[in-house]
Design a binder for this molecule. Structure first.
Ligand code: ADP
Length: 398
């Protein structure tokens, strides 16, 4: 029997999972990972081992229970039957919003769940699914310890100015402020940096998390001091289907002139904008880079332009730049995007090493470059496993 930590990341229609072996004194080690997609319809299950070999790939029969509850039950049954003899010690969850109350991971209890429910209006598209997964695991495995890890927590200690909107104080007091997201990814990079480069770890570093969701974060000595995402995961960079920063007057115009309501705006801003909206072709950077359509090129141009603009803003918040880190799907795998950002950042002291960039780094700046540039793979799941273990091994508060 091997002690294991189950890590769950619940989306609207999918449940992604990883299982880490938890051996004393060692970093948790990935044993297997996979997902259940289409959990509201015909669910597809797939799992791979740590080397990527397929362990399972099949549809869940029509009789299988639906929703997050059904998916969690199926997954826990499947894990119990694995020949590895995995003994789950805990489940760690990605939870998008911790609000002002949770600035660190927390063991789930009834009162914690009640507090997290209160935050649903702040992240209506994500938080309900995260909480559904916690409830589903609790129903199927009531004795299993569960830990909630928040995408907002890493940013909680940002200076008040970085968190404030210029709105009347009563609205700020009611929680309308910048929270920042992708915190588990930034925290993982911060955890990695000391072994990569002492100056990047101790100095003024901007991390660009460029995936389907995309944001950037300014780290001063490893602490988040500013980020491009704010009150919701819409702000900042254009993303796969999300608009990024948009002048608020545009929303007033759409409401007044096109009669759009909140749901219509939500659909437009979250699902029809960004790379997909500009290109009219795809939300997927691979497809856009491969296309010779002028609108695909425009979408990539806008993505790069906004990254470069935000980099200037974050460098201003830091008072300079010592290092720039690229991570997530696009950041880790798209040399042309990295090259264009780095070339445009030459005024900040970034000198691109073209060959190293094409090879994928990790260091992609030239020897002697005033600011260094890096490609580092993020691992939010491992960060959750580390937090889960730490929360459960800490002495109980009561
Ligand atoms: P998520 O935010 O869903 O976790 P990922 O971090 O997996 O997303 O990033 C997905 C994005 O990464 C997509 O736009 C995809 O096209 C892009 N991507 C993945 N591999 C490549 C590649 N080889 N070249 C360019 N873009 C890539």
């Amino acid at each position: 029997m091997a002690d294991a930590i189950l890590v769950l990341n619940a989306g609207s229609s999918s449940l992604k999972f990883s299982v880490f072996l938890d051996r004393r004194g060692e970093e948790p080690q990935l044993a297997l990972r996979g997902q259940i997609e289409g959990i509201l319809g015909t669910a597809m299950f797939s799992a791979r081992d740590a080397n990527g070999a397929v362990l399972a790939e099949h549809a869940l029969g029509a009789a299988a229970p639906r929703g997050h509850g059904g998916a969690a039950s199926f997954l826990l049954d499947w894990l119990e039957q694995r020949p590895e003899g995995l003994q789950l010690a805990a489940a760690g969850h990605r939870v998008v919003h911790g609000g002002r109350e949770f600035s660190a991971p927390v063991r789930v209890s009834a009162s914690v769940m009640a507090a997290l429910e209160q935050l649903v209006p702040l992240a209506p598209l994500h938080q309900p699914h995260n909480l559904a997964a916690i409830r589903a695991v609790a129903a199927r495995a009531p004795g299993l310890a569960q830990v909630a890890c928040f995408d907002t927590a890493f940013h909680a200690a940002q200076p008040p100015l970085a968190q404030a909107f210029a709105l009347p104080r009563r609205l700020t007091d009611a929680g309308l402020r910048r929270y920042g997201f992708h915190g588990l990814s930034y925290e993982f990079i911060e955890h990695l940096l000391p072994s990569v480069d002492a100056r990047a770890s101790a100095g003024r570093t901007v991390v660009a998390h460029l995936g389907n969701g995309a944001s950037m974060c300014a780290l001063a000595g490893g602490r988040s001091v500013a980020s491009t995402m704010g009150f919701t995961a819409l702000d900042g960079l254009p993303m796969g289907t999300r608009c990024g920063a948009i002048e608020p007057g545009v929303l007033l115009y759409l409401m007044d002139q096109e009669g759009m309501d909140a749901r219509g705006l939500e659909q437009l801003l979250y699902h029809e904008s960004g790379l997909l909206g500009v290109s009219g072709i795809s939300s997927d950077m691979r497809a856009l880079l491969a296309s010779d359509d002028a609108h695909a090129a425009e979408a990539v141009d806008l993505f790069v332009y906004r990254i470069v603009r935000e980099l200037g803003s974050l460098a201003a918040a830091l008072g300079g730049l010592d290092a720039l880190v690229f991570t997530a799907g696009i950041g880790e795998n798209a040399p042309p995007v990295r090259a264009r950002v780095c070339r445009a950042a030459s005024w900040l002291g970034v000198e691109l090493d073209e060959a190293a960039n094409v090879r994928g780094g990790p260091r992609i700046s030239r020897e002697g470059s005033r600011a260094s540039a890096w490609v580092l793979a993020t691992n939010e799941e491992l960060m959750i496993a580390l937090h889960t273990r730490a929360v459960l091994s800490a002495p109980a508060a009561e």
